[in-house]
Write a protein that binds this ligand. Structure first.
Ligand code: PXL
Length: 267
C-alpha cells in the first residue's frame, strides 16, 4: 500500500551562507532535514569559507532579508524560526520587523558574534540591538561562553560563572537561556539551561575528540527550533538537540573533509 507522507514541520532559518557548508544556513538546512523537517531560508550574508577558515564575506541588504523572511512566512505554515549570523543592527531590526506579525512563533536566537577563525560579524551597536530588540522576543537564546560575556558583561571562566550569567540574561531578556559549555576545559561538555520559571538544568555529555566542530552552534540551534516546531516543550527540545549534536559529532569524528575543521554534522 502506498503511504502518503505527512507534511513535515516547516522551520525558517535566518542566517548566513557558508560555502563550505559546515556552518550557517547549509548546516541549519541539513539539521532540519535530518530531523524530518522542511527548511526555509532567509540569507543574511554570504561567506567564502572552507575547513581552514574564512576568506571573504559580505552582508545582504537588510531589506532583502526582511523580504525573504516575509515571503515564506506569508505563505508557508512555519512552526519555528532560528537566527544565526546577523551582520549588524540594521539586520537585527529587519528580522524583528519580519517577525512582528507572528508574536507567538517560537524563535531560537543563536547570537553569532564572529567566526572561530576570528572574523567579527556583529559590532558593538549590533550586539546592543540584538540584546535590546531581538532577545526579548526569543523563546531560547544559545550563547557560548565568549558570547555570554559579550551579552552580559559577566566574566565566564567556570561553570558557576556560566550559571550566574545565564540567570542574569534570562532576567534581562525574559526568555530561556542555554549557555553552551563547549569552550570550557575538561572531558565533559556541560550546557546550562535556565528557563523562565528560574529552573536550572545541566545537560552533560562526554567531550568528543574530533576536529570536525565547525557549525556546532548552528546544528544545535536548528535542532532546537525543529523540535519546538514539532510542538515539544523547551526542556525536551533542548535535551534532544543536545543529544542529536553529540551523536552527529561522534558519527563524523573520523572523517577528514579538508585540512582544517570539518562540519559538526557530517551526515
Ligand atoms: O558558527 C557560527 C557561524 C554561523 N554562520 C556562518 C558562519 C559561522 C562561523 O564561521 O560562517 C555563516
Amino acid at each position: 500500500m502506498n503511504k502518503v507522507r505527512k507534511k513535515p514541520v516547516c522551520v525558517l532559518t535566518i542566517a548566513g551562507s557558508d560555502s563550505g557548508a559546515g556552518a550557517g544556513v547549509q548546516a541549519d538546512a541539513r539539521t532540519i532535514h535530518a530531523l524530518g523537517g522542511y527548511a526555509l531560508t532567509a540569507i543574511t550574508a554570504v561567506t567564502a569559507q572552507n575547513t581552514r577558515g574564512l576568506a571573504a564575506w559580505r552582508a545582504m541588504p537588510p531589506a532583502l532579508v526582511t523580504a525573504q523572511a516575509k515571503a515564506v512566512l506569508d505563505d508557508f505554515s512555519v512552526g519555528a524560526v532560528k537566527t544565526g549570523l546577523l551582520p549588524g543592527a540594521a539586520t537585527v531590526r529587519a528580522v524583528k520587523a519580519a517577525l512582528a506579525r507572528y508574536p507567538r512563533l517560537p524563535l531560537v536566537v543563536d547570537p553569532v558574534l564572529g567566526s572561530t577563525s576570528g572574523t567579527r560579524f556583529l559590532d558593538t551597536a549590533g550586539i546592543r540591538a540584538l540584546k535590546r530588540e531581538l532577545l526579548p522576543r526569543a523563546t531560547v537564546v544559545t550563547p557560548n561562553w565568549p558570547e555570554t560575556e559579550a551579552l552580559t558583561g559577566v566574566r565566564v571562566r567556570t561553570h558557576e560563572d556560566a550559571e550566574t550569567a545565564a540567570r542574569q540574561l534570562m532576567d534581562e531578556c525574559g526568555g530561556a537561556v542555554l549557555v553552551k559549555g563547549g569552550h570550557a576545559p575538561g572531558g565533559v561538555c556541560r550546557d546550562c539551561l535556565v528557563t523562565v520559571d528560574g529552573r536550572v538544568r545541566w545537560l552533560e555529555s562526554p567531550r568528543i575528540k574530533t576536529s570536525n566542530t565547525h557549525g556546532t552552534g548552528c546544528v544545535l540551534s536548528a535542532a532546537i527550533a525543529t523540535h519546538l516546531a514539532d510542538g515539544q516543550k523547551i526542556e525536551s527540545a533542548v535535551a534532544r538537540a543536545h543529544e542529536f549534536l553529540w551523536r552527529s559529532l561522534r558519527t563524523g569524528r573520523k572523517i577528514r573533509w579538508g585540512s582544517g575543521a570539518g562540519p559538526a554534522l557530517g551526515l
